[in-house]
Design a binder for this molecule. Sequence first.
Ligand code: ATP
Length: 363
Amino acid sequence: MAEVSLHKLNKRFEAFHAVKDVDLHIRDKEFMVLVGPSGCGKTTTLRMIAGLEAVSDGEIRIDDAVVNEVPPMDRDIAMVFQNYALYPHMSVASNMAFGLKMRKFQKADIEQRIKRAAGILGIESLLGRKPRQLSGGQRQRVALGRAIVRDPKVFLFDEPLSNLDAKLRVQMRVELKKLHERLAVTSIYVTHDQVEAMTLGDRVVVMKDGVVQQVGEPLELYNSPANRFVAGFIGSPAMNFADVTLAGGNGRLWAEAPGLRIGVPGPIAARVNGHSGKSAILGIRPEDLRVASPADPAELCFEVEVEVVEQLGSEILLDTRAGNSLFVASVDPMLRTKVHEKLRLAINPDRLHLFDAQTEAAI
Ligand code: ATP
């Protein structure tokens, strides 16, 4: 059982402020993913939890104990790195035993732990090999094994799948998920890949420039992003954004831009009432756009010109333009259309997002 709490956690590298006032509570057995673009401070946050990086300000607690000054060895944490960090001259079994020997575990206990971890990971037949005799996926399993044998309170993962090819990454992602279900150990996982974050995380922390932007369950982030950054980061292909003016007319609110006039649906209009006459950012996901049918209300439709047609088999991604605004639409793969053709798109009114033009916060 282990909870991890970060209170106003800060990291400064001389003048550079890499992690800013991070407050986070990771629950017992939770799989928490830190995600964000390169340089956002996620690895630094993880390394502070591991004890590999000193804390500039703030507090890290594991359960009720403040661990800021506790050496990494004594934090009861096991970390899995992107580059596996296996000792090349040691066999798989010795690599897995190493941390336990350092901690003066009994030989019989070490052997039993290795056997159990190897069984869980399906690497029993590899125990005598050296790392160079293993594939990338096998090496990553050994790195996981080395963490599992420790039976730690908390697992920390630093982009553990990013050295694997795309297919293996998907396979290992599934294995990690099963592993977490089986071991039920509190886990903190760093990645820049939002698909990994969405599929693995019980909850996800989105970071930018050292600051937490939003913490939530994957669908919460997808459905109700707190700001434009989270809206654009979570979801693939990314959400479309258009600079619009909110204007009242005919008893309702419209989002307007050159070549675009969309009726803001009632519940959203009620929420953004104070913003009438102001500029805003309209957000709509590609999957919430479709080719309009005659039954679609006119105020939810707009005309676009097709600029690129990307046939993906299961869907077509249409890159389109309405005036100055660009929209990617995910449409029926049976649609037959060509570049420069004009189409009418309809939006799903329940899934329109608006963001403040200045603060970029959701409104
Ligand atoms: P990536 O996915 O590229 O690893 P990240 O979100 O994990 O990115 P960090 O490694 O946490 O980012 O780095 C955050 C910021 O702190 C970056 O701008 C980085 O250049 C800076 N940084 C990290 N370590 C140091 C250091 N030892 N000295 C100075 N600056 C550092």
